[in-house]
Design a protein around this ligand. Structure first.
Ligand SMILES: Nc1ncnc2c1ncn2[C@@H]1O[C@H](COP(=O)(O)OP(=O)(O)OP(=O)(O)O)[C@@H](O)[C@H]1O
Length: 570
């Protein structure tokens, strides 16, 4: 158990294992006892054979005969108990750990959210599974090996004192030097294989997800070849990892044989009796054999160490600052305030640069600007999905963020689930009645889409279901956002993929509808923005203009340029 704590970041992991420590200790004890029985079996059998060769009375052998049978039966039974108790403890600990990790992820601060991306989440699942290996393939064999090695030296010391240091040296070689070499070489090989596996995953995903585009541009063969190269790289790395394992196993056998031979040599040199030497030699064989799994345990430890460290980091992350918002978001609109908000992305990209913005309760604000101006980043910050690098975001006077944010809406990466249309909408508000559902659909111009679907509200859409056109999908997502009816509604291009007339009608409706949420709406089309309380113009992550639509048109500036470009395009 101490070994478990010794792995970086495993303090928090140990917290999940501790409730099941008694079972784990039981498994360790059973494992160690099974190894001791194996040792006793060989020692007793060796003594029996050597002594029988001297033709003593049968009575002199009867105890050894019983001991051989007893050790043989006990070894098998104890090994079974060890497997049962070990897996039971490991699986219970894993279930506990999984719960803790997902709780920690759910409560993660916005800056910790990167781990919630699909790829990172998948990795986290296998990281948690790696803890099972840490317990079953590292801790258990190490404990059993330590006990068996100590017993072997004691037995040897009692029978042939001169051979005990020789056995101890062999055990040190097999139990410390070999594992160290295996961990270093195996760790390097495993790291290389992990890097190659990641490259292969990325390239395979490119080929699968981009299949249509690759076919159109005639690049499918080239990309498939790249994925093939990555697969070959992974094969090479895995071969070299397997080579390290094979070399470690071979070296272990050599150490075992040499140790047994050296014990015999030391025993004979010291003038010990034949029986004692024979028993010592076989004891040495068994003791070293019990220690050999430590080398593969060390190799595995080097592989699971980064995984345990990552899990530990997730569990050790401090809880979100301040009290969590109440379970159900407050009803009624909330004021939104950004104070000097800056966002810097990894790689140095500036999302926002010192944005101050205050939207009154129930206010309707349109956010516009050229592509890359920072509009989606602004909505992401309000929704708590994008961490701020400087400044603060207040919702109704409280710090934004947390698992139960009062902000809902339609973001650019919104997802249509493989479920019925009704279920896709009810995701936003499971208790919504039919009238509310129809009202949200009507406002999003989604009713006519539902009417045209073969099974209406019960049509299965999304992956594995009926495909929706871009415009239909957008209306479904907008209807879902409107059904949520949150205190703060953020809408990123809600009318994208609709024809200009429908887009303007939807935008106007969203900005004009009475009551309801405080609304922040990002749009590229300006025609309906006379309905907004205020228009905020972003450029390079900064607010460069703000005011009502007609006020902004009256002065030269970015907004008038955008407006003229829209008129020209029309
Ligand atoms: N995940 C990201 N990583 C790095 N840089 C990013 C990321 N997301 C956005 N950016 C950068 O931040 C800036 C603002 O991006 P944002 O998506 O907020 O602009 P936008 O105004 O919504 O653009 P668009 O109208 O094209 O959607 C851009 O320069 C963009 O390249």
């Amino acid at each position: 158990m101490k070994g478990l704590r010794g792995v970086d970041g495993s303090g928090a992991v140990w917290g999940a294992v501790r409730p099941h420590a008694v079972r784990l200790v039981g498994a360790c004890a059973a494992g160690a006892a099974a190894e001791l029985c194996g040792l006793g079996l060989i020692a007793a059998a060796a003594w029996l054979v050597a002594r029988a060769a001297q033709r003593p009375e049968l009575a002199a052998l009867s105890l050894a005969i019983v001991a051989v049978r007893g050790f043989a039966l006990a070894k098998g039974s104890l090994r079974y108990v060890e497997r049962l108790a070990g897996h039971d403890a490991a699986l219970r600990a894993l279930a506990e750990l999984r719960g803790r990790v997902f709780d920690a992820l759910a409560a993660a601060r916005p800056e910790g959210r990167r781990v919630r991306d699909g790829d990172a989440l998948t990795r986290m699942v296998s990281d948690v599974d790696a803890v099972q290996d840490l317990l079953l393939r590292c801790v258990l064999p190490a404990v059993a090996a330590a006990v068996c090695a100590a017993a072997g030296v004691v037995v040897c010391g009692v029978l042939v004192p001169a051979a005990a240091p020789v056995l101890a040296a062999g055990l040190l070689l097999a139990g410390a030097v070999l594992p160290w070499a295996a961990a270093v070489a195996g760790g390097r090989a495993a790291a290389r294989a992990a890097a190659e596996r990641e490259v292969l995953a990325v390239r395979a995903l490119d080929v699968l997800e981009g299949a249509a585009d690759l076919a159109v541009f005639g690049a499918a063969g080239r990309f498939a070849a790249r994925a093939g190269d990555a697969a070959a790289g992974l094969e090479r790395a895995e071969r070299s990892a397997a080579g390290v394992s094979a070399m470690v196993a071979a070296a272990g056998l050599v150490v075992q044989g040499v140790t047994a031979a050296a014990v015999v040599w030391a025993g004979l040199g010291a003038g010990a009796g034949e029986v004692g030497v024979a028993v010592s030699a076989l004891t040495a064989l068994v003791a070293v054999e019990a220690v050999l799994p430590v080398a593969s345990a060390a190799q595995r430890l080097a592989e699971v160490r980064p995984a345990v460290r990552r899990v530990g980091a997730v569990l050790a992350a401090p809880p979100p600052p301040g009290p969590l918002p109440s379970a159900s978001p407050p009803s009624g609109p909330l004021e939104v305030e950004l104070r000097g908000v800056g966002v810097r992305y990894d790689g140095g990209g500036v999302g926002l640069d010192g944005v101050d913005l205050r939207v009154r309760r129930g206010g309707r604000v349109a956010v516009v600007g050229a592509s890359g101006a920072g509009k989606s980043t602004l909505l992401g910050v309000v929704a708590g999905r994008v961490p701020v690098s400087s400044g603060s975001v207040l919702l109704g006077g409280c710090a934004a963020g947390g698992a139960r944010s009062p902000v809902r809406g339609l973001m650019q990466d919104a997802y249509v689930f493989a479920a019925t249309v009704r279920e896709n909408l009810l995701l936003a508000r499971p208790d919504a009645g039919g009238a509310r559902l129809r009202d949200a659909a009507a406002r999003a111009r989604f009713t006519e889409v539902v009417d045209a679907l073969p099974d209406g509200w019960d049509t299965v859409v999304g992956a594995g279901g009926r495909g929706l056109s871009g415009g239909q999908r957008q209306r479904l997502l907008l209807a879902r956002a409107l059904l949520a009816d949150p205190p703060v509604l953020v809408l990123d291009e809600p009318a994208e993929a609709l024809d200009p007339v429908a887009a303007d009608a939807v935008t106007r409706d969203l900005l004009e509808s009475p009551g309801g949420a405080t609304v922040l709406l990002v749009t590229h089309r300006l025609a309906a923005l006379d309905a907004a309380d205020e228009v905020v113009v972003l450029d390079g992550g900064r607010v460069v203009q703000r005011g009502r639509h007609d006020e902004l048109l009256a002065v030269p500036g970015a907004y008038r340029d955008l407006w003229e470009a829209e008129l020209l395009a029309a």
